[in-house]
Design a protein. Structure first.
Lengths: 355, 122
């Protein structure tokens, strides 16, 4: 089944503003071929999708990865100082009025619990303590340590940032979790694990950084064991209407600015991700838009940055972090325009994998 | 990096059919004490690639693990202590993990393996 093209809203990481199907460089085509060959067993064609998400030359991919690693090397410490060890949105009641800073750490752990519940993992059917979890784009390991300490799961985290991996391991050791949670430097697009290794595949707000969404999903599915749950929480742009071929120019312009500040490659929509997941034999694929639950987050981050402590800490970090900070109002604008969606996607690999 | 982690890592360089287990080049090995948890060990045992753990622990200087394990061994505290030591208490601080097919070295620095592939290996 050929997967029809989906719109890939290009940002600075590709050479033309409205990339579609044309492969841009030898490396992009080679990658598409590799993906097509590896997916032959599943009997479907990923080529069109891989080409659609190809965002440039090999040089640009290397540049992006380096930029991501450096951004997080530079800014992780500041983030941890102000916000604690979770680098994701908090979950808030939509009707909550003014939320104090202290609530934000609780909101961040609540987000993990709510996401697990959405994926069918809760007190009724918990993660057992012999379950293996991969934390894809683990940051400084907040999710992994939470899953290890609360549920006893064994977590392996991967990040592009050596500083983050170091900090994640140090925090795990300090919390007595070193034998339950460990962290490595690795690429989510080439996970260093054999097939079918993990009972829970967890990606919390790292999908935004993946330049090749098809390869990203392919790896998430590959490392999932039979019966495993896959959870992907990520920023997407709104689904396109039936008659739309792309976002509006002003929408693309806003996303472009956010991309360059946060080292993000092209955005896709929730519908695009669902199409990718549906091309595998997966069960219970579902997605929800949780934008209303994260609405207080960016205003709160901005308020933190504008405090005495926040402001001077920010000045001390570096230009990448400052540029990222200046882009925060753009995120608020994106949510308000219903352009940016906070998307929670989950599915399950069948117990017996079908070919 | 402890051997529990090593037991789950593989080389996925393009063209490699079997990138597991990675060979270990040990430059600096450190022992860190971890509390014994028998339930954890019993639950983890079926998921461990035993031969890979045995040879990895030997490279790290620990030769006490038996080559074969009969199920009854899991009730032996002596065996469980050796299993525990190899799996959780031996740390590779500096060295490398080597792809068994291509010989490509993945450096391990300050206990953290860097498994990033180069563009031509993907």
């Amino acid at each position: 089944m050929a997967v029809s093209s989906f719109n890939c809203q290009a940002c600075r990481w590709s050479s033309s503003p409205s990339s579609t199907l044309a492969p841009r460089a030898r490396v992009s085509v080679a990658r598409a071929n590799t993906v097509a060959v590896s997916s032959k067993k599943r009997g479907f064609e990923l080529r069109a999708v891989a080409e659609a998400t190809a965002t440039g030359t090999a040089m640009e991919a290397v540049e992006l990865k380096k930029g991501i690693a450096e951004l997080y090397d530079e800014s992780s410490g500041l983030w941890e100082d102000l916000w604690g060890d979770h680098m994701h949105h908090g979950f808030y009641d939509p009707n909550a009025a003014d939320v104090s800073v202290l609530d934000h750490r609780a909101a961040q752990t609540r987000m993990i619990d709510e996401v697990l519940r959405f994926a069918g993992i809760s007190e009724k059917s918990p993660i057992r303590n012999d379950k293996r979890v991969v934390d894809v784009g683990c940051g400084i390991g907040g999710s992994s340590r939470y899953l290890s300490s609360k549920y006893g799961a064994n977590c392996k985290g991967i990040t592009l940032s050596p500083v983050q991996a170091q900090r994640a391991n140090a925090l795990a050791a300090a919390q007595g979790l070193a034998n339950k949670a460990s962290f490595q430097v690795a690429d989510a697009l080439a996970q260093p694990f054999p097939d079918g290794q993990f009972d829970l595949v967890w990606s919390m707000e790292s999908g935004e950084h993946m330049p090749d969404k098809a390869k990203f999903v392919d790896e998430l599915v590959r490392v999932a064991a039979p019966g495993a749950t896959i959870i992907l929480v990520t920023w997407c742009h709104r689904d396109l209407g039936a008659s739309e071929r792309s976002l509006q120019p002003d929408e693309k312009k806003l996303l472009d600015k956010i991309c360059s500040a946060f080292y993000l490659p092209a955005w896709c929509s929730t519908a695009d991700y669902l199409k990718l997941f549906e091309s595998y034999s997966l069960e219970d694929i579902k997605a929800e838009d949780w934008s209303p639950y994260v609405a207080p987050f960016w205003p709160a981050v901005i308020r933190s940055a504008l405090t005495f402590k926040g402001f001077f800490s920010l000045l001390r970090t570096g230009t990448k972090t400052i540029r990222g900070a200046l882009a925060m109002p753009l995120m608020i604008r994106g949510f308000k325009k219903d352009l940016i969606k906070y998307s929670v996607i989950t599915c399950r690999k069948p117990e017996e994998t079908t070919v | 990096m402890r051997l529990l982690t090593h037991n789950m890592l593989s080389s996925n360089i393009k063209g490699v059919t079997n990138g597991f287990p990675l060979r270990i080049e040990a430059e600096k090995v450190v022992e860190k004490q971890v509390d014994l948890n028998i339930d954890f060990l019993k639950n983890m045992f079926p998921k461990i690639e035993w031969k890979a753990l045995v040879s990895a622990s030997r490279t790290m200087g620990y030769a006490e693990l038996p080559e074969e394990v009969e199920p009854s061994k899991l009730d032996s505290e002596e065996f469980l202590r050796k299993f525990h030591h190899a799996l959780l208490e031996l740390h590779l601080e500096e060295g490398a993990l080597v792809c068994p097919e291509t010989g490509r070295r993945f450096p391990v620095s300050k206990g953290i393996p860097n498994m990033l592939l180069h563009e031509d290996e993907v």
